[in-house]
Design a protein around this ligand. Structure first.
Ligand SMILES: [Zn+2]
Length: 339
């Protein structure tokens, strides 16, 4: 692939702790000769004194700009983690789609780009593609493990979970599942998903251990969910020997779950959404999950949506208004996989 045009203010390979920026030229009406500046922190201690050089963990958040739990956990880590704490390297990039983060939006207001559909990126493409290309060509080659922290943004809310894909390579699958278990989120989700355009696929195809998350949502932050994010990062670093610390187990063991494609419940009319089951509720096939009220006509009965299978409500639509095609809820089922 072509070389990235990004300008980096620190040496990504220098030993020690360094805060800097990854800069992309942006010459627009309100900023001639301007830049997009992604904050980055690199904590590297890989001189390898007898015990090897250690692994490199790439931490990402802000892939979608309105998903905050992972960002906040990574801001804290960038302040707290020191060179002497680390064996190997931790690269922290909490605002990947920086224009989207700055605008509080899912996608970039500059070019409309959805970062997680832009991989492997393009050195000469729009800004979203240029950022994706930088990650693909400069950060993925340096990383052994990638943890990309998402949540539901403004329109969805999730049971806090760590997420992986079913992988063809058995060793990669086994090692990823072990890392997912170490993360110890309330739910460990195993997805079958078309990952083209996603950071997920870009990392997995290159043989990396890749974990994503869905930590909450509502376009805001809840203290308990930031704690789950921080705990998960700690545990992933400890699991791979990047920090010398015990795993912090949660009170209830993580549940491995699945989301079959037919379990996405989508609205077929517009109106006001009333959940009939809440996030985390256990439901049986056929149970009412939600209904949509026609606020124009009080004589119209609400349209009721039923659970496609037994399971738990894993995700739900957040805004009061809903429109045809919106994801109303997602029912997760127990996975046969335990590790
Ligand atoms: Zn996301």
């Amino acid at each position: 692939m072509r070389k990235s045009r990004a300008n980096i203010t620190i040496d990504l390979d220098a030993k020690g702790k360094h805060h800097g920026h990854i800069c992309f030229a942006k010459s627009v009406d309100d900023s001639a000769w301007g830049q997009i500046r992604l904050p980055v922190t690199v904590i590297r201690n890989d001189s390898g004194s007898g015990s090897g050089s250690g692994k490199t963990l790439l931490l990402v958040a802000g892939n979608h700009g309105d998903e905050y739990e992972g960002m906040v956990a990574q801001f804290k880590l960038a302040q707290k983690l020191q060179e002497d704490d680390v064996r190997g390297c931790v690269i922290i990039l909490p605002c990947l789609n920086f224009p989207a983060v700055a605008a509080g939006m899912r996608t970039s207001p500059l070019d409309g780009g959805n970062m997680n559909r832009a991989f492997d990126g393009d050195a000469g493409g729009n800004w979203t593609q240029q950022i994706a290309h930088f990650v693909t060509t400069e950060l993925l080659p340096r990383a052994d493990i990638v943890l990309d922290m998402h949540s539901g943004g403004k329109t969805l809310d999730f049971i806090p979970s760590a997420v992986m894909h079913r992988l063809e390579d058995e060793k990669q699958m086994r090692e990823t599942a072990a890392a997912l278990k170490a993360f110890a989120a309330p739910v460990s989700m195993v997805l079958e998903e078309d990952t083209s355009g996603m950071l997920d696929g870009a990392a997995e195809r290159r043989g990396k251990i890749f974990i994503s998350t869905e930590l909450g949502g509502r376009g805001s932050v809840v203290a308990e969910r930031v704690a789950i994010a921080e705990n998960g990062i700690h545990n992933v670093m400890a699991h791979f020997g990047i920090i010398d610390a015990p795993l912090q187990k949660s009170e209830t063991p993580t549940r491995f779950m699945d989301t079959p494609a037919e379990n996405f419940i989508r609205a077929t009319r517009s109106g006001i959404y009333e959940p009939l089951a809440d996030l985390g509720d256990t439901i049986a096939e056929g149970d009412p999950v939600g209904q949509i009220w026609d606020f124009h006509n009080l004589c119209t009965a609400p349209e009721i949506y039923a659970a496609p299978s037994d399971g738990i409500i894993y995700a739900r639509h957040v805004p009061g208004l809903i429109a045809p095609g919106d994801c109303m809820a997602l029912v997760a089922v127990a996975s046969e996989m335990q590790e």
